[in-house]
Design a protein around this ligand. Structure first.
Ligand code: ATP
Length: 219
């Protein structure tokens, strides 16, 4: 099995995330892309706008109609901060011979990887697919890779990617631009504006029914 893991806060999940997962699944012939919403994000000082159970449910609703996409509650149910290394250890420890694991990261997230907990070990356990994101450049130039990460990898001109001694690769995928972010969606909702067509209709209905992201009136 070729399994992709797509981590994030998904606060809420939107069409940029979904299109990204679909294009990566197709381009790298993955059997499945599994969304892994984080419980407690370790790299964000501000708390997510919606509780983990709501973010998880919105991802469930968003992927329900696509057999190539799924969701894991691993990080939401694990106590403490959600570190990717714990998640990657979990999935890599359960691979059968011949299985391959791919961690999918937007370019903005990848550029911070040198600050992640146990990132060296992480890069020996999984391949990484770095995806473009509107506003963050269209390629993965060598000089944008954090120096500490660069030192552990060599460029492979056949694969157009980087490979380390464990045989794990860092590959880049240029995606169709879908210029939407979760923060924009939260902002729109805070102003009482529509988020239709930025998120799947099931997610839009859930946000509405659960009254998520609406700022409470000031006292
Ligand atoms: P926020 O605006 O709150 O920072 P976000 O929209 O960036 O949220 P995250 O859950 O933080 O959403 O992102 C998870 C992953 O999805 C990250 O790797 C990020 O780069 C990627 N991503 C988010 N939005 C897009 C998009 N529009 N196109 C491509 N990738 C995206």
């Amino acid at each position: 099995m070729r399994l992709g893991l797509f981590g994030g806060t998904f606060d809420p999940i939107h069409c940029g995330h979904l299109r990204s997962a679909e294009e990566v699944r197709e381009a790298f012939a993955l059997d499945e892309v599994r969304f892994v919403p984080c419980g407690v994000p370790p790299h964000r000082s501000d708390r997510p706008g919606a509780a983990a159970r709501h973010r998880l449910e919105m991802v469930r609703l968003a992927v329900a109609g696509n057999p190539g996409l799924s969701v894991s509650d691993l990080e939401v149910t694990r106590p403490g901060a959600s570190y990717s290394i714990d998640t990657v250890r979990h999935f890599s420890g359960r691979l059968a011979p011949g299985d391959e694991l791919y961690l999918i990261l937007g370019l903005d997230a990848f550029l911070l990887i040198g600050s992640w907990k146990a990132w060296r070990e992480l890069l020996t356990l999984t391949h990484v697919i770095v995806t473009s994101r509107p506003g963050f450049g269209d390629t993965l130039p060598y000089d944008q890779i954090p120096v500490v990460v660069r030192e552990a990898f060599c460029y492979d001109s056949v694969r157009f990617g980087f490979r380390n001694e464990s045989g794990k690769e860092i590959l880049f995928k240029r995606l169709t631009d879908v210029s939407v972010s979760a923060s924009t969606i939260r902002e729109l909702l805070g102003k009482g504006k529509s988020i239709r067509e930025l998120v799947p209709s099931e997610v839009q209905r859930y946000v509405q029914d659960q009254h998520l992201y609406y700022e409470s009136p000031e006292c």
